[in-house]
Write a protein that binds this ligand. Structure first.
Ligand code: NAP
Ligand code: GLV
Length: 309
C-alpha cells in the first residue's frame, strides 16, 4: 500500500520530509509518478489536477492538506469509493483566532488608516471604537469559527455565531439556519466569514447580505474568495454603507495585479496567510488515517459528501 502527494503549485518537500521523518518505511510517492498506481490507497492533496484520481483505481482516502476541502469537492470525477478527510490542528485553530483578533483590533484602532496617513506625513487623530461598543458576528462556528468566537468573547466583545445547526459555545449567542441569518446580520458591526465553501455558501457575501448589516459595518473574509461578490463589496463601501474590509482570500490567488482591491483605501489585502498548516504538526493525524485505511477502520475528520464540508 502506498501514499501519494498531489498538488499544483505547493512545494511538497516539507510534506515528504515530515512524513518520512515520522515513518521512514512509508511507501511515499509524489505526483507525477510512474510506479504501480494500483498500490496507491491514500492521496494527500492540495489543488490537484481535476480528474487525476481516476489514475488510481484502489484509492480509499483523499485527504486535504488543509482545513478546507472545496479544492477536492469541486472535482466532478471524484471516486465513489474513496472517503474525503481533512486536517484539524490546534496550531491552525490558534493561528486563525490570533489573526482575526489582529484584524479586529486593527479596525477598532484604525491602524491601516494611520499607515496611509504616515505615508502622507498627515497628523490626523480620529475617533476610535472600544471593545464594548462592538458586536461581532462569526459566520461558521465550526472548528475554526468557534475558537475565533470564544477568543473574541474572552476579550470582552459581544459575539454572535451563525451555523446550520444549534450549538453551545460559552459567551456566544448562536443563530442557526437561513431563517435566523437576517437577525444575525442585523447586529453584526464586524462580520467574520469562516464558512466552508459549498454550493450554499458561494457568493453569500453579497449586496443583499451587506445591506442587512448595520451602517458602517466592517467585513472580514478569511474563509474562501468565492464567498464574496467582489463588485458588491466595493459598491457597498463606496456608497458608505460599509466602513471597509479585510480580505485574506480571493477568487483568484495570487490576487491579480490589476484587481481593484489592491488600491482601495478601505480594503486591506493579505495573501491567504491567516492560518497555514504546518506539515510537522499534522503528519501524525495523516498517518493515523493511513493506518486506519490499511486496517479498514473508521477514519478521522471525514467530510460529508452531501454537505460538502
Ligand atoms: P468546519 O469545522 O467544517 O465548520 C464549518 C462551519 O460552517 C460550521 O459551523 C457549519 O455549521 C457552518 N456552515 C456550513 N455551511 C453552512 C450554511 N449553509 N449555513 C450556515 N452555516 C454553515 O470548518 P473549519 O475547520 O472551521 O474551516 C472553515 C473554513 O476556513 C475552511 O473550509 C477553509 O475554507 C477556511 N480556512 C481558511 C484559512 C486561511 O488561511 N485563510 C485557513 C484554514 C481554513 P454546522 O456547525 O451546523 O455544521
Ligand atoms: C487553508 O486555507 C486551509 O483550508 O487550511
Amino acid at each position: 500500500m502506498a501514499m501519494i502527494l498531489i498538488s499544483q503549485g505547493r512545494d511538497m518537500t516539507p510534506w515528504a520530509e515530515a512524513l518520512k521523518e515520522k515513518r521512514p518505511e512509508l511507501d511515499l510517492r509524489v505526483y507525477p509518478d510512474d510506479s504501480n498506481k494500483e498500490e496507491v490507497a491514500f492521496a494527500l492533496v492540495w489543488n490537484h489536477p481535476l480528474g487525476v484520481f481516476k489514475e488510481f483505481p484502489n484509492l480509499k482516502c483523499i485527504s486535504s492538506m488543509g482545513a478546507g476541502v472545496d479544492h477536492i469537492m469541486k472535482d466532478p470525477e471524484l471516486p465513489a469509493n474513496a472517503a474525503i478527510t481533512r486536517v484539524t490542528d490546534e496550531n491552525l485553530t490558534r493561528d486563525m483566532a490570533d489573526f482575526c483578533v489582529a484584524l479586529v483590533m486593527n479596525h477598532l484602532r484604525g491602524l491601516a488608516f494611520y499607515k496611509m496617513q504616515e505615508a502622507a506625513h498627515d497628523w490626523q487623530p480620529r475617533h476610535y471604537l472600544n471593545i464594548s461598543d462592538v458586536t461581532i458576528g462569526v459566520m461558521g462556528v465550526g472548528v475554526l469559527g468557534a475558537h475565533v468566537a470564544s477568543q473574541l468573547s474572552n476579550l470582552g466583545f459581544k459575539v454572535n455565531g451563525w451555523a446550520r445547526s444549534k450549538k453551545m459555545i460559552e459567551g456566544v449567542e448562536i443563530f442557526s439556519g437561513d431563517t435566523m441569518l437576517g437577525d444575525f446580520l442585523a447586529t453584526s458591526d464586524i462580520l467574520i466569514c469562516l464558512l466552508p465553501l459549498t454550493k450554499e455558501t458561494t457568493d453569500i457575501l453579497n449586496r443583499d447580505t451587506f445591506q442587512k448589516l448595520p451602517k458602517n459595518a466592517f467585513v472580514i473574509n478569511v474563509a474562501r474568495g468565492a464567498h464574496l461578490v467582489d463588485a458588491d463589496l466595493i459598491e457597498m463601501i463606496d456608497t458608505g454603507h460599509l466602513s471597509g474590509a479585510s480580505l485574506d482570500v480571493f477568487r483568484q490567488e495570487p490576487l491579480p495585479e490589476e484587481h481593484p482591491f489592491w488600491s482601495h483605501p478601505k480594503i486591506n489585502v493579505t495573501p491567504h496567510i491567516a492560518s497555514v498548516t504546518e506539515p510537522k504538526a499534522v503528519v501524525s493525524l495523516i498517518l493515523e488515517n493511513y493506518d486506519r485505511v490499511r486496517n479498514n477502520e473508521h477514519l478521522l475528520n471525514v467530510v460529508s459528501p452531501q454537505k460538502g464540508y
